[in-house]
Design a protein around this ligand. Structure first.
Ligand code: NAP
Length: 291
């Protein structure tokens, strides 16, 4: 039995913790806003007061927080993970963050005798609860292999990619796809409606071709029904576009579509749509099209 800590019990963290609670491992959780740990406590999780307390009682700590500032804060601020260090402690960062920041964080952990790998995922809370995430791993292979059973339980596919930061680098390239697909669907739906056609037919036709995607099949019907109940918020998608663009700049590359998408998602947030699901970008495209 392993002692596994989850820091960050938002949409994704809560679902991962639920999944791990079903494995017989001891699960300890921490969230900055304590209320969000209540349902996990009722399912048998132990709630820690600080990341330090959590780390002291764990073999493996999984961080699932907003961005690199949040990862640094739970790791290195007073009563952070680093203050709970002990022999064998490993940190796996499942947040989506800048790979360059991730490397720096891993280095600082290592200087303090703590191993770190990056383990970002594709798939949302629903897939996490079913153990069907896709996990991308960066960092020392032997550290990943030590905890492979945990990642195999959360995901149905894991890809080992190489040194620290490579999991995050790949994850950013994945989220670039997500942001673009949501935009392409939104503009297709809008154009169809403007042409006086039923957007359901747009989806039926698209989904009859090899251009269909999981998003057009699963999220498309919800989008045309105006159901933007969040599992991954639009403001979080924009956070990832910021990270994608910053990383591209740091790597000396230019991503014109990602730059444009960043502006569009920002405009949607400025229109008060940030708390919707990221597919709520449709609501913004419809608003500016006066539909
Ligand atoms: N949801 C998904 O489908 C999905 C899929 C793949 C990857 N991700 C990634 O997973 C991470 C979490 O996403 P989510 O959807 O679960 O978001 P969320 O529901 O908004 O949760 C964000 C979490 O980060 C914590 N947090 C934010 N700023 C913090 C800070 N400065 N210090 C400490 N904790 C902080 C929040 O704590 P409070 O509750 O106190 O605010 C909360 O636990 C993100 O990096 C996201 O990109 C999400």
């Amino acid at each position: 039995m392993l002692k596994i800590g989850i820091i960050g019990t938002g949409f994704l963290g809560k679902a991962v913790a639920k999944r791990l609670l079903g494995t017989g491992h001891k699960v300890i959780v921490y969230n900055r806003t304590r209320d969000k740990t209540e349902s996990l406590k009722n399912l048998g999780a132990i709630v820690a007061d600080t990341p330090k307390d959590l780390a002291q009682g764990c073999d493996l700590v999984i961080t699932i927080v907003k961005d690199s500032d949040a990862v640094e804060s739970v790791s290195f601020d007073k009563n952070g993970i680093i203050d709970g260090k002990h022999e064998g402690l490993t940190v796996a960062d499942m947040s989506t963050i800048n790979p360059i920041s991730s490397k720096k964080i891993a280095k600082k952990f290592l200087e303090n005798g703590i191993s770190m790998i990056d383990t970002p995922v594709m798939g949302g809370p629903n897939l996490a609860e079913k153990g069907e995430l896709v996990v991308m791993i960066g960092g020392k292979k032997e550290i990943y292999e030590k905890y492979k059973q945990v990642f195999d339980h959360i995901g149905n596919k894991t890809f080992y990619l190489g040194e620290n930061g490579s999991g995050h680098a790949m994850k950013l390239a994945m989220n670039l796809q997500i942001s673009m697909l949501a935009l392409a669907l939104s503009e297709g739906i809008t154009l169809t409606k403007r042409s006086g056609l039923d957007p359901k037919l747009f989806l039926d036709i698209l989904n009859s071709t090899y251009f269909k995607t999981g998003m057009s099949v699963l999220k498309g019907p919800k989008m045309i029904n105006g159901n933007f109940e969040p599992s991954f918020t639009l403001k979080m998608m924009k956070k990832d576009l910021d990270t994608i663009n910053t990383t591209a700049k740091e790597l000396g590359t230019s991503l014109p579509m990602a730059t444009l998408a960043n502006k569009i998602y920002q405009n949607a947030i400025d229109n008060g749509l940030g708390e919707l699901d990221y597919t709520g970008i449709l609501a913004f495209i419809e608003r500016i099209s006066k539909l």
